[in-house]
Design a binder for this molecule. Structure first.
Ligand code: ATP
Ligand code: MG
Length: 252
């Protein structure tokens, strides 16, 4: 297994109240696999995705990347580039003051992946082209490109490091169906080319069905069910009904 999480717990303190969001979540993701994390809004999908990448520290439980226990490390160091997030809100990954070019070049600079400015330019241009951005976009700031273009920038920024594991957090939720399909196709092409594993977070059941090798359903702060591809294909398309069905036993 590439990624393995056991018994993840996480609570947040807001307005003096402690809310337990993750109540012991366990899952695993294999090499080159696309695993969907499915569940209704607010159930803790983003939180769990961030815990797997050590962008949120869990209160309890362990996360392993291959044989390395990430939860035991003070910081990820060189492993950071292997584990990347395409955030739910693409703006989250980008500094509004920077030109798109610099947002794409920065990870290369941080991880010292380009020997000189020429090589940096070449890498940025090739990834921009792969995600369908034009050269003119690179000179603009986030506020000066469309939502779909911004989503492409966030994808390029995560993939330019050639990671092994990427959490795609609703990477197409703000887009219309045709752009959504193009971006999902692009992510799948990258997977073939670079050999990436994905945790694909969504609450869109037809999208889940289209991309998943396996699916975990979340509800009530835990992973309530695991579905294999064959099981998934046999289910009806009414996502909400499905989710209610799967989590019904947890509700009082
Ligand atoms: N930093 C935080 N402080 C306090 N509460 C938080 C924080 N982050 C998340 N939460 C709460 O934890 C719960 C789970 O949030 P999370 O973003 O993980 O859900 P989600 O399943 O990704 O939802 P969505 O499908 O809407 O994106 C929500 O009730 C949210 O309000
Ligand atoms: Mg979310």
């Amino acid at each position: 297994m590439l990624i393995r999480a056991c018994g993840i717990r996480k609570s947040f303190r807001t307005g003096g109240r402690k809310v337990e969001v993750l109540k012991g979540c366990s899952l695993c993701i294999g090499e080159r696999e696309t695993v969907v994390l499915f569940g209704e809004s607010g159930c803790g999908k983003t939180t769990l995705g961030k815990v797997l990448l050590m962008l949120e520290k869990p209160d309890a439980g362990e996360v392993f990347y291959r044989d390395v226990e990430l939860t035991g490390l003070r910081n990820l160091g060189h492993l950071r580039r292997k584990l990347q997030l395409i955030p739910q809100n693409p703006g989250e990954a980008l500094d509004p003051r920077w030109k798109i070019y610099d947002s794409l070049a920065e990870p290369l600079r941080v991880h010292k992946l380009a020997d000189n400015r020429e090589e940096e330019l070449e890498m940025v241009m090739s990834f921009a082209e792969m995600v369908g951005l034009k050269e003119e976009h690179l000179h603009r700031r986030p506020a000066e490109v469309s939502g779909g273009e911004l989503q492409r920038v966030a994808i390029a920024r995560a993939l330019i490091l050639e990671p092994e594991f990427v959490v795609c957090d609703e990477p197409t939720s703000m887009l219309d169906v045709s752009v959504q399909a193009a971006i999902v196709r692009m992510l799948m092409d990258f997977q073939k080319k670079l050999g990436i594993s994905y945790l694909f977070i969504t609450h869109d059941f037809s999208l889940a069905k289209a991309v998943a090798d396996r699916m975990y359903v979340m509800g009530g702060g835990i992973v309530v069910k695991e579905l294999r591809k064959e099981e998934l294909q046999g289910l009806p398309p009414e996502s909400l009904k499905l989710h209610k069905l799967l989590t019904a036993s947890l509700r009082p």
